[in-house]
Design a protein around this ligand. Sequence first.
Ligand SMILES: [Ca+2]
Ligand SMILES: [Ca+2]
Ligand SMILES: [Ca+2]
Length: 269
Amino acid sequence: MWVKQVNFVSATGNGTKSMKYLGTAIVIVALFAISTTANATPVTNVALNKQVTLEGIFFTPYTWGHGSGSYPTKPTTPAAKQALADTVTDGKFKHDGAQWNKKTVWWDTHNRPPAYVNIELGGTFYLESFIVQADDNDAYLLEYWNLNALNWATAWNVPNVDWRDGVNLWGMQTRPNDDDDDDDDDDEHGDDDGDARYVLGTPIKTTKLRLSGVGGDKYYSTSEIQAFGYKAHDDDDHESHEVPEPSTLFLLGTGVVAGGLFRRKARNS
Ligand SMILES: [Ca+2]
Ligand SMILES: [Ca+2]
Ligand SMILES: [Ca+2]
């Protein structure tokens, strides 16, 4: 929003006294397009290059694989582990059907507690749609931090796509569909235009997301999580208090102007 300062000058010309009392009225004009109309704000992947942390046991056991040349990726240092974690928000998709545990963030929850791929958005955002690339034969739960209830809540039940449209899919698969997959088989690019998203009925407001596996064969992996939205206008306040609605500010501004005009009229009469 912008704030316009309006100085009221006495119409009589010798109104030093009037001006002294009238002072300055501040008119607050809210740009409704920014504050209340979501569609007017550019929507981008606000998870892009944001911080990813892995909570739980990842990258083990490392013997699972398809044989020679397709051994699973098993990072041996914290830096290597973090580098793999960072691929979840690097904006790049694997090719359709890429091996689930090669150059991906992968985990196994057999006889283990759940593990979480956490994404810190670095601010407060409204999120309206998502894309997730993950192993085909499991469902996943994408959750967001509910700023009012202070707990995790469901953003998207990412479906199991072991089979889709009568086809037995394999390996890394993008949900809701594969429009964004990397076509070059080099696992590094993808088209990244985000043209096939899971769209929420109502945007959610949050600061962080997390992904976990549910059902399936408990061998989980993800290679890309994208969250489309825009920064909350009251981001600086976080959840400490609510900012008045623009309509309220407009009424307050109108009141200041009306009060100033009334006093001026009384003084001049
Ligand atoms: Ca990626
Ligand atoms: Ca399958
Ligand atoms: Ca699986």
